[in-house]
Design a protein around this ligand. Structure first.
Ligand code: P6P
Length: 339
């Protein structure tokens, strides 16, 4: 056993000590998110048994209703966070509108935006999926938070992170002082520090990650960019193509190995597919904190002022040199979609 085992709880406390003005509120939020992550891990790790124990939406052999995992994950996060008195409002990929704090609980100064279980359609194939979260400080007054509190640009995030439920369950987060990763030891129910200060490798592996099945719907610039990675015209080339189709898994690989993940706009989805507030913006914060860059092809994700709760955005993130190259290929393309 490593004598220097550091639990996530210990790391949060030590990080808080480095900020004399810290009230412990953010630490409290992170700690409760950890509890939710452990509970979701427990259900996700059993998901493979659903076919044996009963299909989602039906009763299992114990006569219990088997929930859709993403709905279950949403409820777990809500129930872990609604009573800690630190939040004034939440928003989730699973709920159309704002999620207010129940009247019997106090509210606080922070806002939680989350995707409770992104990529959950992959669970049947045992592919890694994830929870993504973004935390802002409120800007409104009064008990309940407002839409204005949620629609804040990514550079204002006070914390962001994700939990990836894969061959092991890892929690990666940042409060603006770098990126740390923790691996769950299910035998003791603790997230243990496994990646103290994650930085994108420079240079990173030459990996490009996108769904080439959308190629026909891409803009010419996007097609040419991928052509460079493939070496279609004799320039560039030498890249590997990797695509899991689960955002947290594709991002986690990019964070550790380098390269670039892309989900471009296309003629069917002119704003792309991924959500700005609780997918692109939190991952962009982590990517920037790890020394990389994240854009919508032109603008830094962290600079985009959101207009709607569930708005989508094209997304390019990874090593700065490849994200910058994407910008060069896409420059001047208004809708950045196939003509
Ligand atoms: P496509 C999963 O459904 C998801 O929301 C993200 O996790 C992932 O990056 C993306 O969609 C994959 O989309 O169109 O390639 O299947």
């Amino acid at each position: 056993m490593d004598r220097y085992v550091i639990t996530l709880g210990r790391f949060i406390i030590e990080s808080e000590r480095e900020h004399p003005g810290a009230t412990g509120a953010l630490s409290n939020i992170l700690y409760d998110l950890t509890l939710a992550a452990k509970m979701i891990h427990r259900e996700v790790s059993k998901a493979g048994l659903v076919d044996i124990l009963g299909m989602a939406g039906k009763e299992n052999v114990h006569g219990e209703e088997v929930r859709k995992l993403d709905e279950y994950a949403h409820d777990v996060v809500f129930n872990a966070m609604d009573h800690n008195g630190q939040l004034c409002v939440m928003a989730s990929e699973e709920e159309e509108g704002l999620i207010q704090i129940p009247g019997q609980f106090p509210t606080g100064d922070y806002v939680l935006l989350f995707d409770p279980l992104d990529g959950s359609s992959n669970i049947d194939a045992n592919i890694s999926i994830g929870t993504i979260f973004s935390i802002h400080r409120r800007i409104s007054e009064g008990r309940d938070g407002t839409l204005e509190d949620c629609l804040q640009a990514g550079f204002k995030q006070v914390a962001a992170g994700y939990v990836m439920y894969g061959s092991s369950t890892v929690l990666v987060y940042s409060t603006g002082q770098g990126v740390a990763g923790f691996t769950l030891d299910p035998s003791i129910g603790e997230f243990l520090l496994s990646h103290r200060d994650i930085k994108l490798p420079q240079p990173g592996k030459k990996i490009y990650s996108c769904n080439e099945g959308n190629y026909a719907r891409w803009s010419q610039g996007q097609k040419d960019l991928v052509g460079y990675f493939r070496g279609d015209d004799g320039n560039g080339g030498g890249f590997s193509h990797r695509y899991v189709g689960s955002l947290v898994a594709d991002f986690h690989r990019t964070l550790l190995y380098g390269g670039m993940f892309m989900y471009p706009a296309d003629s069917k989805s002119p704003k792309g597919k991924l959500r700005l507030l609780y997918e692109a913006a939190p991952l962009a914060m982590l990517c920037e904190q790890a020394g990389g860059r994240a854009t919508d092809g032109v603008r830094d994700i962290s600079s985009i002022e959101p207009e709607e709760l569930h708005e989508r955005t094209p997304l390019y993130m990874g090593n700065r040199e490849w994200v910058d190259l994407a910008g060069e290929y896409l420059a001047g393309e208004e809708a950045s979609v196939a003509g």
